[in-house]
Design a protein around this ligand. Structure first.
Ligand code: SAH
Ligand code: SF4
Length: 350
């Protein structure tokens, strides 16, 4: 369906029935099912210096860690045995040959361990097309790389001005991922300093134009050890950022009915049941953190990141109950691949 700009502006900023509409639209298009991706935060080492992020290269206060292969495999096995269906490997950006090889081996081992059944999402930053190929061949299914903002000028304001952080490279990376055959996910931060309402409307049209398969977007959350903290007086309140994120999720569900949309952890940093509210309003994926509890606190992209010290079984029980209270089933044992991807690959099936 083609959306006019005025229509999207009305939905996003005015429609009082938006969340409800998206709720029903979700049921009709992807069903009332929440798919799980066990999130493994592999390492907080990063070669980049994004001005908003707590684990940026120059933040000397960040205590750096990297999980061992055994820890990663153990977490993946946990996901498999508990019928998560998929895992997501996320980390700061690194590009060395050794690192690339290590990821390749890990992906292979995780696929093998699960008899090929566990879906694998990677969120490991910008790489060369060859690397994307290599990881795909090893068994990765999906790749998440947020555009952060579709406004090139705003992108320049929230990143250092150097060849490592260009908007053009980011776009090229998304194109390479698509050509490599991944289910491609992108997304934005909502409520960044200098971001306008027009930018948010543009972000939605950007995702539509890029024909993405998955989306993960969340509120921007300030972190005191980052350069962007200086502009905290310009920000909307956290509650406003939260509400706007729910509206972005709901509007995107209406614009792209069959994509996967994640209810992101940053929502939970503002509202304890923020992710469940997003699931009700159109999202259909959640990424429970299954990183070993000892390193979780160090993977701190933003402040107030929810870090539970309860063991996984206890956390899960209450999370699963809350998901079910939104009216969703949980897609245990299912990869929960993007239907949008399936249909663009085989147009005659849908
Ligand atoms: N290094 C990889 C993956 C880890 S960062 C990458 O950058 O793609 C994953 C996401 O965390 C980023 O895309 C960004 O959107 C989000 N993030 C970083 N700092 C944040 C902050 N202060 N508030 C909200 N989200 C943040
Ligand atoms: Fe590194 Fe990702 Fe943070 Fe940028 S957003 S500094 S690439 S971890």
């Amino acid at each position: 369906m083609k959306f006019e700009r005025e229509e999207v502006e009305y939905l996003l900023f005015e429609d009082e029935t938006l969340l409800e509409r998206a709720h029903y639209y979700k049921g009709d298009n992807v069903g009332y099912v929440t798919y799980l991706r066990g999130l493994i935060e592999l390492s907080n080492e990063c070669i980049k210096n994004c001005l908003y992020c707590g684990i940026r290269r120059e933040n000397e206060k960040a205590v750096r860690y990297s999980l061992t292969d055994e820890q990663v495999l153990e977490a993946a096995r946990y996901a498999y045995e508990n019928r998560y269906g998929s895992i997501a490997l996320q980390a700061g950006e690194r590009v060395s040959g050794d690192y690339v090889k290590r990821i390749t081996e890990l992906v292979k081992k995780i696929k093998q361990m699960s008899g090929g059944s566990l879906g694998i999402t990677l969120s490991l930053g910008e790489q060369t097309k060859e690397v994307y190929h290599q990881w795909k061949k090893a068994g990765a299914d999906r790749y998440l790389l947020r555009i952060e903002t579709s406004n090139p000028e705003l992108y320049t304001k929230i990143h250092p001005n150097d060849p490592l952080h260009t908007f053009e490279k980011r776009i090229k990376a998304l194109e390479d991922l698509r050509e490599t055959g991944y289910q491609v996910g992108t997304g934005v931060m909502i409520g960044l300093p200098f971001q306008t309402k027009k930018d948010l409307v543009d972000d939605l049209f950007f995702m539509k134009k890029m024909d993405i398969d998955m989306c993960g977007m969340g509120p921007y959350l300030e972190h005191r050890d980052t350069p962007l903290y200086e502009f905290r007086d310009l920000l909307w309140t956290q509650r406003e950022r939260f509400e706007m994120t729910l509206r972005m999720v709901a509007t995107l569900r209406l614009m792209m009915p069959k994509i996967n949309i994640a209810a992101t952890t940053a929502l939970q940093a503002i509202d304890p049941v923020g992710r469940e509210k997003a699931l009700w309003a159109g999202a259909n994926v959640i990424m429970p953190n299954i990183t070993p509890v000892t390193t979780r606190a160090s993977y701190k992209l933003y402040e107030n990141k929810p870090v539970s010290e309860d063991c996984l079984d206890v956390q899960e029980k209450s999370l699963f109950e809350r998901i079910i209270s939104t009216g969703d089933e949980i897609g245990f044992g299912e990869q929960g691949n993007s239907l949008h991807y399936k249909f663009r690959k085989k147009p005659n099936n849908g």
